[in-house]
Design a binder for this molecule. Structure first.
Ligand SMILES: NC(=O)c1ccc[n+]([C@@H]2O[C@H](COP(=O)([O-])OP(=O)(O)OC[C@H]3O[C@@H](n4cnc5c(N)ncnc54)[C@H](O)[C@@H]3O)[C@@H](O)[C@H]2O)c1
Length: 296
């Protein structure tokens, strides 16, 4: 819903289609969004349908279908339920939109993105996962609360997995161009990293039903807008590791240059040895969970 709103607001697409197995919900949200056209000053058409086939061909497909967490659940607890949903949708998207770029949002994010890639049969550059943009935004917002700088003047990368093995390399973090660890005391910075890692659960705990949607929706839309503009912007995204960082053949959060047709390249950052080790550890944990999913 929020991703659709941001994409429509941008006024760069002919049409945004919401697809939900609950067709009335998709159509209702689409109509509500259509009513914002004058307020948002856009001419993008918005519709809501019940199937991928009814949506027709698309340039970009954001997959958010699936179950969210309830309080106390980890993202990994969702794996087999959501794999069935995401796999089915990815296969159908591959038929209706064989040239699309897929952006996966459903959790557990890294595993679902890998699964969508396998199910779609698409080249890896056309299947990416949204997590790092959100996790980075959360870190930026929380770091800004210290007064170090405005959130948009904090530069950082959230890499690794979308979960326990999230890696925010502080060697790469700055506030208004100054190293963040020179601006915020180390203990406080570690607490901010921990809070960013747990932010999804913090929101789930407060909402009691459902999970975060505003920052996630904006993050997914931002990736699609960057690709559609062929911006070449580097964003943290779940991508199929290609040997950069010593990781290969598994989806994990890495900095990726995005272009119109998806991932142009994985970008190498100058990480400290400890940060690199954490990134490799994250990739191994994702690989293990994927192996368990495939064995189930
Ligand atoms: N990657 C991230 O950073 C991130 C952030 C927030 C949420 N999420 C994940 O996104 C997913 C969606 O979260 P939400 O809060 O929007 O949940 P939600 O329950 O509000 O919405 C999910 C929707 O999926 C629909 N659905 C279920 N099966 C379907 C199918 N087979 N085809 C089409 N639609 C189907 C449901 O009817 C429902 O409307 C969850 O897995 C959640 O964990 C990921």
């Amino acid at each position: 819903m929020i991703a659709a709103m941001r994409l429509a607001d941008a006024d760069v697409f002919d049409e945004v289609v919401l697809v939900d197995i609950d067709e009335g919900r998709a159509a209702g949200v689409a109509l509500d969004l259509t009513h914002t056209a004058a307020l948002g000053r856009f001419s993008t058409r918005i519709s809501g349908v019940g199937t991928v086939e009814a949506a027709g061909p698309a340039d970009y497909v954001i997959i958010t279908a699936g179950k969210p967490r309830t309080p106390g659940m980890s993202r990994s607890d969702l794996i087999s339920t959501n794999a069935a949903i995401v796999g089915d949708i990815a296969r159908r998207v591959a038929v209706t939109s064989p040239r699309a770029v897929i952006v996966v949002v459903t959790n557990p994010l890294d595993e679902m993105t890998h699964h969508a890639w396998l199910s779609s049969g698409f080249p890896a550059e056309r299947v990416v996962g949204m997590a790092g943009v959100l996790d980075t935004a959360r870190f930026q917002a929380l770091a800004a609360l210290t007064g170090a700088a405005r959130a948009d003047k904090i530069q950082a990368w959230a890499l690794g997995s979308h979960g326990e093995e999230m890696v925010i390399p502080l060697s790469q973090a700055t506030a208004a161009g100054r190293p963040l660890n020179a601006v915020i005391p180390a203990a406080e910075l570690d607490a901010i990293v921990d809070r960013a890692r747990g932010s999804g659960a913090e929101v789930v705990g407060l909402l009691k039903s459902g999970s975060a949607f505003m920052a996630p929706g904006m993050s997914a839309a931002r990736m699609v807008l960057a690709m559609n503009a062929d911006s070449g912007e580097i964003m943290p995204a779940a991508v199929l590791a290609d040997g950069t960082y010593g990781i290969r053949d598994v989806y994990v959060g890495l900095p990726a240059r995005l272009g119109r047709a998806g991932v142009r390249e994985i970008v190498q950052l100058d990480l400290q040895p400890g940060e690199l080790a954490m990134l490799r550890e994250a990739a191994e944990r994702i690989r293990e969970r994927l192996a368990r999913l495939e064995a189930a």
